[in-house]
Design a protein around this ligand. Structure first.
Ligand SMILES: Nc1ncnc2c1ncn2[C@@H]1O[C@H](COP(=O)(O)OP(=O)(O)OP(=O)(O)O)[C@@H](O)[C@H]1O
Ligand SMILES: [Mg+2]
Length: 390
């Protein structure tokens, strides 16, 4: 049974979205109850008026152009998809709106469009709120990392001096010792002090206390060189694959720091592959359009990815992975500073680092470093518009 016209009308009236039927010339021929509520005009006031009544002045031209486009090609679709639309109430207030259009032209060829309008202030507010909270959490985290870094850096520096003394005297003593048992014990002292020194090195670099020497670097060649040294220390069961972009990828950074990023990530991947597996390092350009007025140059950043198909991280580990001194490795094996250092170095270089990881499937760490501006300017299409005659 087809619902009668009257039932259809009452259904539209009761719909929980603002519905307006608009003729091709913009005249409103129908408005439901929700439209009255949303816009503050009564049904009588709306019907017969031009729909432009509900469009804020600033958006007017856009709106008219869009409507002409729709009338010329009346398919069901969201209106102005991707645009920030707004609508105006009777009291002059504007609100962000989502509008979708349906062609409901009648059999006689009179063009009628049904517009469903939704106030999306809440949604926008929620999204803004979420972004604010994320930013705050990020700032808090960075602040915490920084003060931890300062503390760690200070301790590491003093500690390193003490270790220097221990190592010195151990070396001096080693020259006088003749008993092999004593020599073996002394060797233990020596190597423990060396391990401690390695730890302080990690601490200082996490605290970014190292003196840096930023210079233009070709990322692919740094990856190749670092990995060829590191490869020898990895077990054969780990297959290392380099999938490097054919492009020349340049960034400005301290060479040792870039090497350290690669080593820390590769070593983590190795540790995640106790039974062997695949470690892949990829590089790629990340081209972004220039911000307005930037002379039409494309900007190229550098993406460096370290991927393993190892043990991966459960969510509670992933959440804390960048935290300084957070480690799931047995005592004495992990200082929990590898990713914290990578994080510190990358931020120092105005880059970003993110981790994707799934337990038992593997991990991808993505580092983006600012590239050196592409030299070739993009052809500006406006240059072709005003070709002078003759
Ligand atoms: N590729 C990876 N796969 C699985 N887990 C990882 C991976 N990389 C890091 N993790 C997890 O994140 C933790 C922190 O890593 P991070 O490199 O900061 O410290 P660490 O490796 O434990 O110690 P350090 O690097 O100082 O020797 C690790 O203990 C591990 O649990
Ligand atoms: Mg590590």
């Amino acid at each position: 049974m087809d619902p009668s016209e009257d039932v259809m009308r009452r259904m539209l009236m009761a719909a929980p979205d603002a519905l307006l039927a608009v003729k091709g010339d913009g005249e409103i021929v129908f408005a439901n109850t929700y439209a009255e509520l949303l816009f503050g005009w009564t049904n009588d006031e709306l019907v017969g008026e031009k729909v432009e009544l509900l469009v804020p002045g600033a958006a007017f031209d856009d709106y008219v152009a869009h409507r002409a486009g729709f009338v010329a090609d009346p398919r069901t679709r969201p209106f102005g998809a991707g645009m920030q639309l707004s609508a105006r109430r009777k009291d002059g207030d504007t609100f962000p709106a989502e509008i979708s259009l349906n062609d409901v032209s009648d059999d006689l060829g009179e063009r009628v469009v049904l517009a469903a309008v939704r106030d999306i202030s809440d949604r926008i507010e929620l999204e803004a709120d979420r972004q604010r909270r994320e930013l705050l959490a990020q700032q808090e985290r960075s602040g915490r990392f920084e003060s931890l870094g300062q503390l760690a850096g200070g301790i590491a520096h003093d500690f390193n001096n003490v270790l220097g003394v221990i190592l010195n005297y151990a070396t001096l003593l080693g020259r006088r010792i003749t008993d092999p048992m004593d020599a073996a014990d002394l060797q233990e002292i020596h190597s423990a002090a060396e391990r401690a020194r390695e730890l302080t090195r990690k601490l200082t670099s996490f605290a970014s206390r190292d003196v840096t020497d930023p210079q233009p670097l070709e990322v692919n060649s740094v990856v190749r060189q670092t990995m060829s040294t590191l490869e020898e220390t990895f077990d054969e069961s780990i297959e290392i694959e380099l999938d490097l972009a054919p492009d020349t990828l340049m960034t400005v950074a301290d060479r040792q720091q870039l090497e350290q990023i690669i080593v820390n990530l590769a070593v983590n991947a190795r540790d995640a592959l106790p039974d062997g597996g695949c470690l892949t390092i990829t590089t790629a350009p990340l081209r972004s359009l220039p911000p307005h007025g930037d002379g039409g140059q494309l900007h190229t950043d550098v993406v460096l990815r370290v991927v393993d198909d190892g043990i991966g991280m459960p969510p509670e580990v992933l959440r804390r992975a960048f935290e300084p001194f957070f480690s799931t490795k047995p005592r004495g094996q992990g200082a929990g500073l590898g990713l914290a250092s990578v994080h510190g170095i990358v931020l120092q270089n105005d880059g970003s680092v993110t981790i994707d990881s799934t337990a038992e499937e593997g991990t991808t760490v993505t580092v983006v470093l600012p590239g050196i501006e592409d030299v070739a300017p993009v052809v500006d299409p406006r240059a072709f518009e005003k070709v002078p005659d003759g």
